[in-house]
Ligand binder design. Structure first.
Ligand SMILES: Nc1ncnc2c1ncn2[C@@H]1O[C@H](COP(=O)(O)OP(=O)(O)OP(=O)(O)O)[C@@H](O)[C@H]1O
Ligand SMILES: [Mg+2]
Length: 324
């Protein structure tokens, strides 16, 4: 067991690389963070910085080849899930961890009713049959606020609106009563109103089930709305971690500060975070120093020479920058 009773997930120095003919792509290169039971932890960063690969690593679903987890630990409820067999991992995946994918519209199978799909998910985990299985499926649909759940249960995915389909996916993802739910940009494909509804639903599901949530997004507004703590990722690494308050009131890494400055006004549709001058470096480049140095307005000689250690600048607020 872990030494900390409230700790759900502890990712330590995770490294996930892709071995391609263009070289080694260090998609995740030494990522560490912790999530407490029942907490919502955000991971935020520009496109291509390694958010989804971090999530897939936790699920142990990185496409191999060309990808491979080459280092680190992923400790879930005290157990390093990188050490268990594939078979045991399949059970963990079904039972303890669940994931909502970046493109939710493709997650439902068009040729089965939503009732059948929900029942399949429940059956695997809870061994229910017949009437109690159906009752549980309808209960879950009610929990995600599908009205006339007993009727909707017989619908095919195409008969539901986008928002309803997203709710069904929410129901399926908590049907195993997971301890950890990873939501990888679950709302990017949705319009603003449905997005707000789905975020509210996730929060409610969390309150009801006590599931720990890792919420991945490129949108700081969503981080503010959903998370207690968050990590800012840049080019395969976490550059700053802290409470959402720390990050908003005292963004300390120059990258975080730049992201904050580029924040659109509330409720404005968020484009990919692109208003910072320049581009992230290709992840197959061998960079010794800070990966943000090229775009950083306060970078000095030291920043290009070696990577800065993580410094705790206030309680629970960590930054990797030579300024500290
Ligand atoms: N199969 C693969 N082969 C080679 N490189 C890959 C592969 N899959 C992902 N990568 C690389 O890993 C890096 C991280 O990708 P990832 O999908 O985690 O980004 P992301 O932060 O989720 O971006 P987005 O916000 O666009 O979803 C990218 O540079 C990507 O090119
Ligand atoms: Mg992604």
């Amino acid at each position: 067991m872990g030494d900390n009773m409230s700790e759900l997930l502890n990712v330590k120095n995770l490294k996930t690389y892709f071995f391609t003919k263009y070289g080694t792509v260090k998609a995740v290169d030494g990522v560490s963070f912790k999530v407490d039971k029942g907490e919502t932890f955000g991971i935020v960063g520009e496109s291509g910085c390694g958010k989804s690969i971090t999530a897939l690593s936790i699920m142990r679903l990185v496409p191999d080849p060309p990808g491979r987890i080459v280092g680190g630990e992923i400790v879930l409820e005290g157990e390093d899930i990188l050490k268990i067999s594939d078979n045991e991992m399949r059970k963990v995946r079904g039972k303890k961890i669940s994931m909502i994918l970046q493109d939710p519209m493709t997650s439902l199978n068009p040729v089965f009713t939503i009732g059948i799909q929900l029942e399949e998910a429940i059956k695997i985990h809870q061994g229910l049959k017949g009437r109690s299985l159906r009752e549980r499926a309808i209960e879950l649909l009610e929990m995600v606020q599908i009205s006339s759940a007993a009727v909707r249960y017989k619908n095919w995915p195409h008969q539901l609106s986008g928002g309803m389909r997203q709710r069904v996916i929410g129901a399926i993802s908590v049907s195993s009563e997971p301890r950890l739910l990873i939501a990888d940009e679950p709302t990017t494909a949705l319009d603003a109103t449905i997005q707000v509804q789905f975020l509210r639903l996730l929060r409610e599901l969390q309150e009801k089930t006590g599931v720990g949530l890792v919420f991945i997004t490129h949108d700081f507004g969503i981080i503010a709305r959903m998370c207690q703590r968050a990590a800012v990722m840049y080019a395969g690494r976490i550059v700053e971690t802290g409470s959402v308050r720390d990050l908003f009131d005292n963004p300390s890494h120059p990258y975080t500060a730049a992201l904050m400055r580029s924040l659109p006004k509330l409720e404005e549709k968020v484009e990919r975070l692109a208003s910072i001058e320049g581009q992230p470096p290709p992840l197959n480049d061998d960079i010794q120093g800070c990966r943000f140095a090229e775009r950083c307005t306060v970078a000095e000689h030291q920043c290009r020479l070696s990577y800065p250690d993580e410094t705790e600048i206030s309680d629970g607020h960590f930054v990797s920058c030579w300024k500290f």
